[in-house]
Structures are given as structure tokens and as C-alpha cells.
Design a protein around this ligand. Structure first.
Ligand code: AMP
Ligand code: ZN
Length: 481
């Protein structure tokens, strides 16, 4: 296989290589967050996977042009901003900042362009106009504009839904507003929504009266604005295949006559403790929730990228503890390599972009890199890394690793770490002074021996020294209290 990243394409159902059609950069569009509250770890699963795909391409010598939009006008942002008595802008700016802070903590590369829907109203009006002229859309009596699904025979190709399912799924859920009956067909979807009293001040002028854009429209406009009418790669969570991506394809392709995206990249949804995430089940976690439980963003990132993007990922607290152990193993390997080399900073992402990954079979990380190129197989790549880590540690112990070899290994190791977006941090317990670490270890042993009295006394001793010990299923962590 050629040394290009290959990904599964939802449209053709084949694993295909990703090339930059313009010979410069893979043009990559991702549907971004709706900024009406904190993003949850399900959202971040999708964004982390997209980030790993981008990193692998770049570190493999393929530049990217990455655009991820911000949904800042829709039913949810309008409803919630009004409930809090804030302007839409003040409200969405606040949640966008939180989102960006979480992205930084999770070590996500910022997209090259991060456009918001509200800043692109003229482009959206232009696309609606174009679709009306081509008779792919019609104006309803109230001034809303709908896309005529019947006018686009390819509708449903991505999700492979039958006509009956499209009509049923596109039909409004729950109580039906009178204006919904203004649609010619229940399969049709809104491009432009006429103003309703509950939208408050959130309205824009249009040739069809005041209103606001429908949700799907923004992605067609912003991808075209920054990537052109046709681009290389389009990503999102699997829930977006229908109706969102079908609608994007219909709007864009009906208007331009060109293929919107040459490759569709969907990641499966995340489960928590085996169940769908939901607020009412108490299993919907944000990054802050997990930080409050003592886990670091890197541990969260590790879990989110450790499962293959095609397979359902089951997020559990045990998987976070396992991530802690795995990161500590990687930290120690790096530390040992540095000891052989003498200390020196690890190569940065920018520095690694100046060279290509090694291909020679002698390099212990070649198989990990190959697994990544082959449909972004992150779990297989991790498996190779831990086998290699064991091997390298054995060589280090036997003093059978020359500094030159160690330097080469360290470079290849950091290329893989950067592809995963993992930053190695000293384990918390190691930062504690030795007498504190020792007390903690003694308490752990007392607990294992079910000597509760001694365990309690040792906890009190730790508290006196200003440290708190958090018990985990496999081990413990220490934090300053
Ligand atoms: P939203 O903010 O709801 O527009 O979603 C942003 C991104 O997160 C989209 O690509 C969704 O498909 C994705 N997403 C939402 N829930 C989950 C989940 N449980 N697991 C993985 N991705 C999700
Ligand atoms: Zn989108």
C-alpha cells in the first residue's frame, strides 16, 4: 500500500487513500459544535479522532486545510440565550470560549479557519437564492424557504435510506406547527425559517421577509467559502449522516452541479458505562466533570483516541485509570531514553513536520505508523508501541542501546506521540516528596491487607502533610489538598 493515510469512506463503503486534489493540502471540513452549553466527551470523541487524522496526514507529509464551523444560531442557542436573558452573541461567545479552552486542554490543533454561521448570513441568502432560481427550493406562504427533496434524485445516497424512511425521519417530531404543513412534502427541509415571535431579536432581512437560516445551510456555505465547491474530506459523528449531511449534499450539489466532498469520514458514537449518554441517566460527562474526579485531560484524550473510530467506544472510569497507567509507561520510556541521550528537549510538532516517518523495518515504531495509515487503526498502533516499549526497556537495562540508536528511537517515538496528540506528564505521585509517596504506598498496602485502622491512620498522616490520596480500582493517585 502506498504511504498515504487511508480512511473508510461512508459514500463508497471502501477504505480509500486521501490525496490533496489541488496538490497542496487536503481540504478537510468538520461539522463543529453547537455552542449552547459545555461540549461533552461524546463530542470530543469525534473532534479528537478528526484531530488524530489531521496529525497523521501532516506528520506523514500531507499538508491539510482544516475548517471547522461553529453553530451559533439554531433552535437551541436561541432558546437557551433567551432563557438566560442574554443576547445571542454574548451567550454563544461565552460557550465558544469554554469550548476552545477544552480543545486546548485536550491538545487539539486549532482548525485553520473556524467560521461561525452568524457571520455568513449573506452567503447563506445567496445560496438560497440560487436554489430558488434552479427550482430546487420554494417559498412557503409564511416566508420560509424549503428544499424540494424530490428535485434531487441522489438524495439518500450517503445514508442509504429508503424513500419511506426519509419522509418519516424528516417529518416533524412531536406536536406539528401549522407552518410545517406549508411544505410540499414531509421529506423537504427548511433552508430559511420565517421569523417567529419566540425567536425574539434574532432575525435577519431576506427577500422573503425576516427570518433566520436553517441549520444545514451554514455548512454548505462555509465549506464553499473556505474550501471551494468541491473538497477532499468531510467529517462528523455518525448521527450527522442523516439528515444533516444528506441535506448539505443536496443543497451544495443541486446549486453547483459538483461533488461536495470526495470522501466522507464518520466516527461512531461514544457510550458511557455501556449506555447512551444522557443527562437524566447521570452519565453525560464534560471535561470539567472528569477533571473534578481527578482525571487529567490527557487521560481523557487517551481513552477517546484509543478505540478504533469505526467501533463503538465504551467510556468507563476504569478505562481512564488504565489510560493513567499507559501514560505512565510511556513517560518512563521517554525518561529512560533521555537518560541514555543526556537531557534534551523532545522534538516539537513543527520540527517533526520537516521530515518523514521512518520506513525501515529496524525501527520499532514502523508497524505502529503503518497501522495508523491503514484506516487510522489507533488500538493496533498502541499495541505495537507497548511491545516496542518493552523491547527498548530491555535493551536499555542490558545497556545494549547506543546513544545514536536511542536518538533515532526517541524521534520516531515522539512522531507517534504527536500523531496521537499525547503530551507526557510526570505522574502526580512522583511529584510528591518521597516521605509522602512512602506513606501513600504504605496506606495502599494496608488497604490491600484490609487493615482499615492502619489505613485510616496513614490517611490522617497524609492529610497533615497536605496531601490527599484518591483510591482507584487499580492503584491510587496523590494530589495536594
Ligand atoms: P453538536 O455540538 O451536537 O452539533 O455535535 C458536535 C459533534 O459531536 C458532531 O460531529 C456530532 O456528531 C458529535 N457527537 C455528538 N454526540 C456524540 C457521541 N455520543 N459520540 C461521538 N460523537 C458525538
Ligand atoms: Zn455540518
Amino acid at each position: 500500500m502506498s504511504r498515504l493515510l487511508h480512511l473508510y469512506d461512508t459514500m463508497t463503503r471502501e477504505v480509500l487513500p486521501l490525496k490533496a486534489e489541488d496538490g497542496k493540502a487536503v481540504r478537510f471540513y468538520c461539522c463543529g459544535p453547537t455552542v449552547y452549553g459545555p461540549a461533552h466527551i461524546g463530542n470530543f470523541r469525534t473532534f479528537v479522532i478528526q484531530d488524530v487524522a489531521r496529525r497523521v496526514m501532516e506528520l506523514n507529509g500531507t499538508a491539510t486545510l482544516h475548517v471547522r464551523n461553529v453553530t451559533d444560531v439554531d433552535d437551541k442557542t436561541i432558546r437557551q440565550s433567551q432563557a438566560e436573558g442574554k443576547t445571542l452573541k454574548a451567550f454563544t461567545d461565552f460557550w465558544l470560549k469554554q469550548f476552545r479552552d477544552d480543545c486546548t486542554a485536550l491538545h487539539l490543533l486549532p482548525p485553520h479557519v473556524e467560521p461561525g454561521a452568524v457571520d455568513h448570513i449573506p452567503q447563506q441568502l445567496g445560496l438560497v437564492q440560487r436554489l430558488l432560481e434552479k427550482k430546487n427550493a420554494y417559498v412557503a406562504a409564511d416566508g420560509s424557504v424549503y428544499f424540494r427533496v424530490d428535485s434531487f434524485p441522489k438524495y439518500g445516497r450517503l445514508s442509504r435510506l429508503q424513500e419511506r424512511e426519509i419522509t418519516t425521519n424528516n417529518a416533524p417530531k412531536g406536536p406539528v406547527d401549522a407552518d410545517e404543513y406549508q411544505r410540499e412534502s414531509m421529506a423537504d427541509f427548511a433552508l430559511w425559517k420565517a421569523h417567529k415571535p419566540e425567536d425574539g431579536a434574532n432575525q435577519w432581512d431576506s427577500p422573503w421577509g425576516p427570518g433566520r437560516p436553517g441549520w444545514h445551510l451554514e455548512c454548505s456555505c462555509m465549506s464553499q467559502e473556505y474550501l471551494g465547491e468541491s473538497f477532499d474530506l468531510h467529517g462528523g459523528g455518525e448521527d450527522l449522516k442523516f439528515p444533516h449531511h444528506e441535506n448539505e449534499i443536496a443543497q451544495s450539489e443541486a446549486a453547483t452541479g459538483k461533488t461536495l466532498a470526495r470522501h466522507w469520514f464518520h466516527s461512531t458514537h461514544l457510550l458511557v458505562e455501556g449506555r447512551k449518554m444522557s443527562k437524566s441517566d447521570g452519565n453525560l460527562y464534560t471535561l470539567d466533570d472528569l477533571k473534578a474526579k481527578g482525571f487529567s485531560p490527557m487521560e481523557v484524550r487517551y481513552v477517546l483516541m484509543a478505540g478504533h473510530y469505526h467501533k463503538q467506544l465504551n467510556f468507563t472510569m476504569d478505562s481512564l485509570s488504565a489510560a493513567r497507567q499507559a501514560l505512565q509507561t510511556l513517560f518512563r520510556l521517554d525518561e529512560h531514553l533521555q537518560k541514555v541521550l543526556g537531557t534534551g528537549p523532545a522534538p516539537t510538532y513543527q520540527e517533526l513536520l520537516q521530515s518523514l516517518p521512518p520506513e525501515n523495518a529496524e525501527d520499532p515504531f514502523v508497524s505502529a505508523w503503518t497501522a495508523l495509515l491503514k484506516d487510522l487503526n489507533t488500538p493496533e498502533a498502541l499495541g505495537h508501541i507497548f511491545v516496542a516499549a518493552k523491547d527498548i526497556e530491555a535493551k536499555l537495562r542490558a545497556q545494549a542501546l547506543a546513544p545514536g540508536e536511542a536518538a533515532r528511537i526517541r524521534q520516531a517515538f515522539h512522531r507517534i506521540l504527536q500523531a496521537f496528540g499525547l503530551k507526557l506528564q510526570a505522574p502526580v505521585a512522583e511529584e510528591a516528596p518521597p516521605e509522602v509517596a512512602a506513606l501513600a504506598q504504605q496506606r495502599w498496602e494496608a488497604k490491600q491487607a484490609k487493615d482499615w485502622k492502619k489505613a485510616d491512620e496513614l490517611r490522617a498522616a497524609l492529610t497533615e502533610k497536605g496531601w490527599t490520596m484518591q483510591d482507584r480500582k487499580e492503584g491510587y493517585s496523590l494530589a495536594k489538598s
